[in-house]
Design a protein around this ligand. Sequence first.
Ligand SMILES: NC(=O)c1ccc[n+]([C@@H]2O[C@H](COP(=O)([O-])OP(=O)(O)OC[C@H]3O[C@@H](n4cnc5c(N)ncnc54)[C@H](OP(=O)(O)O)[C@@H]3O)[C@@H](O)[C@H]2O)c1
Length: 340
Amino acid sequence: MATLTRVPSIFAPPSSHSGQCLKFSCVATSIPLTTIANTTTPPPLTLPESSSTLPLCSFPSSFSSPLFLSGKRQQVKGFQRLRAVTASMAPPSTVLVTGAGGRTGSIVYKKLKERSDHYVARGLVRTQESKEKIGGADDVFVGDIRDGDTLVPAIQGIDALIILTSAVPKMKPGFDPSKGRPEFYFEEGAFPEQVDWIGQKNQIDAAKAAGVKQIVLVGSMGGTDLNHPLNSLGNGNILVWKRKAEQYLADSGVPYTIIRAGGLQDKEGGIRELLVGKDDELLKTDTKTIARADVAEVCIQALQYEESKFKAFDLASKPEGAGTPTKDFKALFAQITTRF
Ligand SMILES: NC(=O)c1ccc[n+]([C@@H]2O[C@H](COP(=O)([O-])OP(=O)(O)OC[C@H]3O[C@@H](n4cnc5c(N)ncnc54)[C@H](OP(=O)(O)O)[C@@H]3O)[C@@H](O)[C@H]2O)c1
């Protein structure tokens, strides 16, 4: 792997935490994956017996007898039904989620598997251990995003890529709560520069080379503020490197959706009103967190709507019980006007 120059730490030490929490390795493996949201898969359409015989022709406007018109209306309805049936018969898209052993990535992987009428799921994990954790199926590939060559088998032949990999700060041992805040570090070779920048760049390059039609990247709110406390964590400048990868994706020419999530929570999804924003404005409000299950759902919904493409946005939710749970994702994406 190439030797990397670490960005000098020019940031202030951690102060307030702005409601966000990166995953700390000391708790990572202890969280069960029980917060899977209810799926919103539409019921599959079935082929009506008559549809194979629908005439594929149009009629001159001079045919105007009431009898003929009623027949024509039936023909038009038949066309509409045929179009819907044809759409439902479109081959499912093959979608790879990376970081599939992570807490959000594993939810995306599970949701994709549950929607097998629409998607062929693939996952990429770093270790065999992570592969076993999510079921060990043949569609889970083991690779390291810092080494582009290891990504090729997983990326070959996919239609869309969902990036959910991230550097993970670890807590220094011997933390004594009576003596203030814990300290964090990144393992050698696993700094945000290597994972959130080089690793994401490798994925974007490989996906572009493979002709992938859309890339969804999950980043984090806070990237507009160089002095954000998360940047000081383990001297990693994590938000700086995440932002750099986001910019690289936006400049790649591949249709993209960049989701900058608020503080992630392991809570049930599908029961809150989702909020989209820009430029970290949501961080100045009381609504700056979101359930991992909701982020996972937005990642998958982004694959379905043109309105999500070439967009970057902040994502949070209202508290449960306030507002109306979001069901119309097309409308949610249509609200977003920001390309970066
Ligand atoms: N935590 C928050 O509050 C928060 C807030 C906003 C945004 N976010 C962002 O949201 C995303 C999802 O967060 P999360 O907490 O659900 O993720 P997570 O559980 O920390 O998962 C990160 C995944 O990345 C994988 N990974 C790391 N280095 C890798 C490498 N070199 N090659 C392959 N895979 C590698 C890890 O694999 P292993 O399992 O093998 O370690 C892990 O599965 C992240 O981008 C995160 O930064 C988090």
